[in-house]
Design a protein around this ligand. Structure first.
Ligand SMILES: NC(=O)C1=CN([C@@H]2O[C@H](COP(=O)(O)OP(=O)(O)OC[C@H]3O[C@@H](n4cnc5c(N)ncnc54)[C@H](OP(=O)(O)O)[C@@H]3O)[C@@H](O)[C@H]2O)C=CC1
Ligand SMILES: CC(=O)N[C@@H](CCC(=O)OP(=O)(O)O)C(=O)O
Length: 354
């Protein structure tokens, strides 16, 4: 049986590499084009030696060319920086190719908010209306009918999955939420920078972008949809001296006197009824706190909940793998849905522990 041909723009980056890892084992999708401006002409096995002798090793890297991609592929993943992805997406959509964009270019519905937080004017405002926010548990049906999916940011994935049941059941006040997130260094991408040098990251821990991180409006937008009101969020990201993983701790003001058991049950039921059949959000038993290694290399989002009636706060600890659930695995789940395949096809189940 012929597999469905797909392409990847940005194979030389971390999310591109992660997509290759996943697609190497996908039963129904065939990666037929991989592009990089700097690595064009080499084989995938040469630039990603860990994929040597897989079915993808002989694939030749090309320079990005939307005409060629459109001729060869039904769907293309864009794993390139924001600002770059929007023109490629517009061109591919014009050529009837479906697009999963891993960048932030189509996540914000309001182009002015995009300009303000990304310091860039949006050049394809008319496409914002057709872009679907690619969080499968919340938008599974819309993703299945979409031609353009805006894959969520890594921090927002960890935060929105943690808050969705509480907002849906009005357990917390959406105007009083504090988010404290920590990410591994792959979150910053593979492009060299002083801030991610080994000696700057190892044996160290620091906060960054306080009050101005560009994932803030993305979370505010989706919390607004879930709660039906405009909100402003306090969000502080930190850089951890690890490769993969995000751990977000969320403090939300309780509006309910529900017991811990009741809140755990509401969370479990919410995700049991999600439109996507895969069960990726796992609620830990009370007293067990999620760790980044529990989800490494997978689509899981593990949640630990504490109903603290003393301080009237719901405390949530949420962990994801930023490269898999926070980027490439989620992009693959979205592509599966767009192409009528099972959402979890080709996605690994067992985490890499230790
Ligand atoms: N890292 C993460 O955890 C997450 C990343 N994302 C988003 O995914 C996208 C990719 O991220 P990541 O893989 O980390 O980034 P990297 O910096 O690791 O890689 C970027 C890739 O894009 C290519 N590229 C850069 N500029 C251009 C251009 N002008 N035209 C075509 N290709 C270009 C680069 O290859 P070359 O220069 O050879 O062409 C490279 O393959 C970004 O938008 C990022 O914000 C989203 C969620 C999580
Ligand atoms: C550790 C680290 O630097 N993380 C990145 C987030 C990566 C990501 O998801 O960003 P996009 O919105 O660009 O897709 C950051 O804070 O900018």
């Amino acid at each position: 049986m012929q597999r469905i041909p797909v392409g990847l723009v940005g194979v030389a980056g971390y999310t591109g590499m992660e997509l290759c890892r996943l697609l190497a084992a996908h039963p129904e999708l065939e990666l037929v084009r991989v592009t990089s401006r700097t690595e064009a002409g080499k084989t995938l096995g040469q630039i990603l030696p860990h994929l040597h002798e897989t079915g993808l090793a002989e694939l030749v890297v090309t320079a990005p060319d939307t005409q060629d991609l459109a001729q060869a592929c039904k769907l293309v993943f864009l794993a390139v920086p924001h600002g770059t992805a929007m023109d490629l997406a517009a061109d591919l959509l014009r050529k009837n190719v479906r697009v999963v964009d891993l960048s932030a270019d189509f996540r914000l519905r309001d182009p002015e908010t995009y300009s303000q937080w990304y310091n860039l004017d949006h050049r394809h405002v008319s496409l914002l209306e057709q872009a679907v926010y690619g969080l499968p548990e919340l938008y599974g049906k819309e993703i299945a009918g979409a031609n353009l999916v805006a894959n969520p940011g890594c921090y927002p994935t960890s935060v929105l999955l943690a808050l969705a049941p509480a907002l849906h059941h009005e357990l917390v006040n959406p105007e009083d939420i504090l988010v404290d997130s920590k990410s591994g260094a792959t979150g910053a991408g593979r492009k060299p920078s002083t801030a991610t040098l080994f000696c700057e990251v190892q044996d160290n821990f620091r906060a960054y972008s306080l009050g101005r991180h560009r994932h803030t409006p993305e979370m505010e937008q989706e919390i607004g949809v879930l709660s039906g009101q405009q909100v402003q969020l306090s969000f502080t990201p930190h850089l951890l001296p690890i490769g993969r993983g995000i751990l977000s701790t969320i403090y939300a003001r309780l509006k309910t006197t529900a017991s811990s058991e009741e809140v755990h049950a509401l969370y479990r039921d919410y995700y049991a009824q999600s439109p996507v059949s895969a069960r990726w959000v796992r609620i830990q038993t009370p007293g067990v706190w999620p760790e980044t290694r529990f989800v490494r290399g997978t689509m899981y989002c593990d949640l630990g909940l504490l109903v603290d009636q003393r301080t009237k706060r719901l405390l949530i600890v949420s962990v994801i793998d930023n490269l898999c659930r926070g980027a490439s695995g989620q992009a693959l789940a979205n592509a599966n849905l767009m192409l009528g395949l099972a959402p979890d096809m080709g996605l690994p189940v067992a985490p890499m522990v230790p």
